[in-house]
Design a binder for this molecule. Structure first.
Ligand code: FPP
Length: 266
């Protein structure tokens, strides 16, 4: 990937829609505040083309770049993406090493783009446990984008939702033991405030590529009322147009949050 200047606007970035995508069906006043992507299928995409799995991860990074730009143009508040789970350490060491190196390399390359687009990067997960090369680059990105006021890019790296919830429980217990918190005051907001996503709106739309119908230990608390869009497309083939289709599908859903639908209320 190169750091080419992208001067596109919404109109230019979403011009020339392919057949089957009706961009006029998109309601720009009802874009989900937080879109979350479970980026799956990099390995299968590569294998299907007779390429090593690493080539799938490289192609996946190109897709992520496109989705970041698309979400900025759509004025999404938060884009989160599941890049590496606590369970992914069990992959062959060579693949783990390659991924960690790719993360570091990509991040250095993409930092100018993120800065130009006023994106603030945050990490979900324990990045202190990452190899030094990756950790240092991520910490630099955190510091250099901390004051940005545009879209938040939340990258889940070394992330697991159960570990996140256990950590939140531990932190609340520590505060209670220290006399800072009355256990009777521990409510949903108190738990949410100890999660990696503290201060961010919950995902409204979760997209999972490659047809898998599971959450894989991802944002278990935060997706309580999210809408899911599952596509058979492998992540390296997921692009701005399928993102638009996912958002249009989201806008057609009847979100009830446990209540009645608007039709039933009428
Ligand atoms: C899942 O495909 C994808 C990953 C484990 C890695 C995804 C990461 C990126 C696209 C880049 C993120 C970039 C930064 C800077 C954090 P898979 O390997 O599970 O595919 P498979 O299910 O087909 O085997």
């Amino acid at each position: 990937m190169t750091d080419t200047v992208d001067d596109s606007t919404f109109e230019t970035y979403f011009s020339h829609a392919p057949a089957g995508v009706d961009i006029s069906a998109l309601d720009r006043s009802r874009i989900p505040r937080h879109i979350s992507c479970i980026m799956d299928g990099n390995g299968r995409w590569a294998t299907a083309q007779g390429l090593p799995r690493g080539e799938g991860h490289k192609a996946g990074i190109v897709s992520l770049r496109e989705i970041i730009t698309a979400c900025v143009r759509l004025e999404v508040e938060v884009l989160s993406a599941y890049a590496f789970s606590t369970e992914n350490w069990s992959r062959p060491q060579a693949e783990v090493n390659l991924l960690m190196h790719l993360f570091a390399q990509t991040f250095i390359q993409e930092l100018p783009l993120l800065k130009r687009e006023n994106v603030r990067v945050v990490f979900l997960g324990d990045i202190s446990a990452l190899p030094a090369e990756t950790r240092e680059v991520f910490e630099r990105g955190l510091a250099e984008t901390a004051a940005h006021t545009g879209m938040v890019l939340a990258l889940a790296v070394n992330y697991g939702a159960r570990a996140e919830l256990a950590r939140a429980a531990r932190r609340l217990a520590e505060r209670a033991v220290a006399g800072e918190l009355d256990p009777a005051q521990i409510d949903e907001d108190a738990v949410a405030g100890e999660l990696y996503t503290a201060g961010l709106p919950d995902p409204e739309l979760v997209i999972r590529t490659s047809g898998e119908m599971r959450l894989s230990n991802y944002l278990l608390w935060q997706v309580a009322y999210a809408e899911f869009y599952i596509t058979d497309t492998y992540w390296p083939d997921f692009n701005r147009w399928e993102l638009v289709q996912a958002i249009i599908a989201f806008q057609q859903r009847d979100r009830r949050f446990g209540g009645l639908s608007k039709k039933e209320e009428a």
